[in-house]
Design a protein around this ligand. Sequence first.
Ligand code: AMP
Length: 279
Amino acid sequence: MQRMAGDWVRGRTKVGFVPTMGCLHAGHLSLVRRVRSLVGSKGKVVVSIYVNPTQFGPTEDFSRYPRDLKRDLRLCRGAGVDVVFAPGNEEMYPGHTGPSFSTYVVEEALSKGMEGQSRPTHFRGVTTVVAKLFNIVQPTVAVFGAKDYQQAAIIRRMVRDLNFPLKIAVAPTHREADGLAMSSRNKYLEGDLRKQALALWHAIETARAAVRQNAGSIPAHSLKSRLKQIIEREPAARLDYIEFFEPETLAPQTGVARGTHMALAVFIGKTRLIDNARL
Ligand code: AMP
């Protein structure tokens, strides 16, 4: 069957969807432009804004995560978004404080390493809320950012495994002029911490240069310890993980060469930042 099942049900209007947690920045807006290009001027673009409690661990920043719905709505309007879906917790998780929400979507392979290891309940929250949002919005296509590389891979897998009738597209990471990946959490970086956060980008650049200068492959463990040293030269920086992996399967690699993917998570003070890139 060539036509997607969703097209039969929904007629010919294409619906493009960008799920977000709000506090929108230029990275989010690049996803909106991408989804508009995919659905065309006759299509509808939907953005969801929801800080999803089930993807935060008990000690994480759920309550202080930046929220600014008024500004987000203005940005969405300016970007030509047709519909903003900004539900409350009661709408997404009826009786969420009690036992009446008890069904989750769990991806069991790609979500084990990296973010999944550091944040054990994170991806269960992500796949569950994204599955719910797909059921509510019923998009033809949804766009995710390469900034959250592992997340995008898990969503692709979920859509394939559970036959969600939509296409997934992944848009490149949008960066500040100096290389810092845009993130709502960059708001936490006060004073000198903003400069120290460049440690993630410097680590990526260093790894890229190392790969360029080496004809063969570099042992992952030695490159990791070199990058850790570079990162932790910044007084507020503490490495959570660096992983080198195969970009399709996310399988960790012991040798690093051109085309290997790198992801890292670093605490800058209390703020945990992630980034990734193909080397
Ligand atoms: P968030 O609001 O952080 O949950 O992100 C919502 C979507 O925007 C996800 O698909 C992210 O991967 C994507 N995104 C976040 N930051 C960026 C960025 N700097 N460049 C591109 N996409 C991004």
